[in-house]
Design a protein. Sequence first.
Length: 446
Amino acid sequence: MKALRAPLRARDPATAPDRGFGARLMTPLLLGAVLNPLNSTMIATGLVAIGRDFGTGPSGTAWLLSSLYLTSAVGQPVMGRLADSLGPRRVFLAGLAVVCAGGLLGTFAPAFAWLIAARVLLGLGTSAAYPAAMAMLRAESLRTGRPAPRPVMGRLSLAALGSAALGPTLGGLLTATTGWRGIFAVNVPLALLALAVALPWLPHDRRRPAAAGTAPASTAPDGTGPDGGDTGPVRPRQGPVRPQQPSGGPSATTPPRGALLRTYLRHGLTYLAIYCALYGYAQWLEEARGCTSVQAGLVMLPMSLAAAACSLLGARTKGLRAPLTTAAALLAAGSGILVTATGGTPLAALLIASALFGIPQGLASTGNQAAVYAQAPPDRVGSAAGLQRTAQYTSAMAATGLLALCFGQQASDAGLHRLAAVTGALSLLLIALTATDRALRARTRT
């Protein structure tokens, strides 16, 4: 009997890889997580076709970008707060239903104003997935008594980042094969697929305890507590208890609020530079360089591949300050190429510039996500994740304004140079902010 019990005792939940964070939980979360970043970028290579059909230029089609970003900037923290209070599963499923409605409206939109309305619906619906996913991971962390494993966080970041990076290429293919309406229509099967796996697989939301000092009223005989958390043996609680955390997870001592605010600022400035390059580069390739939507998407493919590869690399990096500083430096290098680019610039240089803007996406996305998870109060992870995305999409809206100022009615070499000068200045500011942030020096990930 002792020989039979020994292996059971050896299977410590804290050391079992991804125990509690398996495919049934992660598959729907990953499918949902791709929707918002995908919609934020795949329209980049469809803007020229949309503008041509509706008789508007870059200053008009910029509303298709800013409408989704404004909705997302407001919707992400709201959805995160709802996920923390009402339950992440409910919010996640409701968001997918709204995505279906937005995709259908955009597919059959008879006028430009209807496209803007569709983008608003898509922004609202897709805003639910990421903060709800972070809240579910935190609930699973409470149930298992340990934070989400680093590879799990890395996969969530990769899903969001990879879909954002692949968006321009996918948008170009859809525009060339089905027309720009395919950019909206693709949301319907993606959301339905996510619903099909979320309904049977995601854990049901549980009621929260009525009072902090008593056992949860919804505790089941098997020890299942609120939000799907496993409270273990039912016993009186004499104070708030937090599961043991490795370095880099939410710690017993919550970092100062200023550390989290600096993470939001750093994330926002990084993505201001990235979105300026993403949308400005795509439009310049088509209008000044003379590329088709497919060719423009292919030129930007190194950005996608580099972002995906470096998100995995960032998930395995122990420190935070070094990869984030490297990301800022590479943004400066990419800006240096674009500030001198013309219609005759060799293709190799354009591909290198694309990669130089892709690598920072991977490093900054995983690095800042890890910082938010470490610095946020444990019961507000969903809200904090939503505010991180608010910082990102506020910067995206600012980027659309910069595009209108730099390009006007048509993308040109001079406009690209002005835009690259702005991204270069932002990169230098990021280097200074990251290098002087003491919270990043003190925190590492296991």
